[in-house]
Design a protein around this ligand. Structure first.
Ligand SMILES: C[S@@+](CC[C@H](N)C(=O)[O-])C[C@H]1O[C@@H](n2cnc3c(N)ncnc32)[C@H](O)[C@@H]1O
Length: 283
């Protein structure tokens, strides 16, 4: 078991995410341009002028086409647990459009991720996550984007708390899916249309990855989304942070699924799976 100190145990999930946001490499914005273009390619077809849009997990905004979004939307709300990252993201919208962009510091699990991580650190069985059920701050919106935060809800905290791999895996398998599902439910309680972005697979040198990135993208480009998803299923990735796994139970219908390469860092690629979905009741 890892050693417990007061500095490591204070809000471990926000601390872990803030540390990662602060470590973003200087050339990240340029490197992620193709991912921003792919996201806008999808949103451009779906987003009517004047829509009220929120992005949860906006972070530094490096993966977001902020100028285009702020140009199309009547209001753009960037939500994240990291206020400092949000301020930098807002600046990226350009000074003319910035007045339509507001930032909201909000930890979407309401402390549930921290409670799971702390129980795991203490060697206890984490209780099922108790996540607030209400909509996101500022709701209702016309469209909410869940921006690549699902895999970051719990895993970085477990890693930074020093839990060994087997224990991390056990905790994620036991509580990860319920945590993801509760966040998915909050997004769908906030807007009639939700775009979920998640990162099911990654490739880097020395990482044994049975699924092939090029094949997934070719299958999806050819219109065979089912085959692309089957190839994703062959891969080694964090299934417990897949928002789609919560759809059936919550009565959510996927409308469109798209994939793109996320050139995360030199030699490191992630696959982004983008799922536009409707469903669940607004309050
Ligand atoms: C991988 S980043 C997504 C990329 C980000 N949009 C960017 O371009 O910098 C995940 C983001 O989710 C945020 N996040 C993780 N857990 C969260 C939570 N429980 N509540 C709110 N935001 C969270 C992190 O702070 C981080 O900014």
């Amino acid at each position: 078991m890892a050693t417990i100190t007061s500095t490591t145990t204070e809000k471990p999930a926000p601390r872990a995410n803030q540390a990662r946001n602060a470590r973003a490499e200087i050339d990240r914005h340029r490197r992620w341009a193709p991912a921003r273009a792919a996201l806008w390619g999808l949103l451009d077809r779906q987003l009517p002028a004047g829509a009220r849009v929120a992005v949860l997990g906006a972070g530094n905004g490096d993966d977001l086409p902020l100028r285009q979004l702020a140009g199309r939307a009547s209001s753009l709300t960037l939500i994240d647990l990291d206020r400092q990252a949000l301020r930098a993201a807002r600046r990226r919208a350009g000074w003319r459009r910035r007045r339509r962009v507001r930032v909201v510091e909000h930890e979407v699990t309401g402390g549930a991720a921290d409670r799971i991580a702390m129980a795991a650190l203490a060697g206890e069985e984490p209780s099922p996550p108790l996540v607030p059920e209400g909509p996101l701050p500022g709701a209702p919106y016309d469209l909410v984007v869940g921006d690549l935060l699902y895999s970051q809800l719990l895993y970085p905290a477990l890693l930074d708390l020093g839990l060994e791999e087997a224990r991390r895996e056990a905790v994620l398998q036991r509580r990860g899916l319920a945590l993801t599902g509760a966040v998915v439910a909050r997004l769908h309680a906030s807007a009639p249309l939700v775009l979920h972005l998640h990162d099911p697979l990654a490739w880097w040198p020395g990482h044994d990855q049975p699924a092939d990135l090029g094949s997934i993208l070719r299958l999806a480009d050819g219109g065979d989304v089912a085959a692309a998803l089957a190839e994703v299923d062959r891969g080694a990735g964090p299934w417990e942070s897949d928002p789609r796994a919560a759809f059936a139970e919550l009565g959510i219908d996927p409308i469109t699924t798209a994939f793109w390469r996320w050139p995360f860092a030199a030699g490191v690629d992630y696959l982004v799976c983008a799922t536009l979905a409707t469903g669940s009741e607004l309050p």
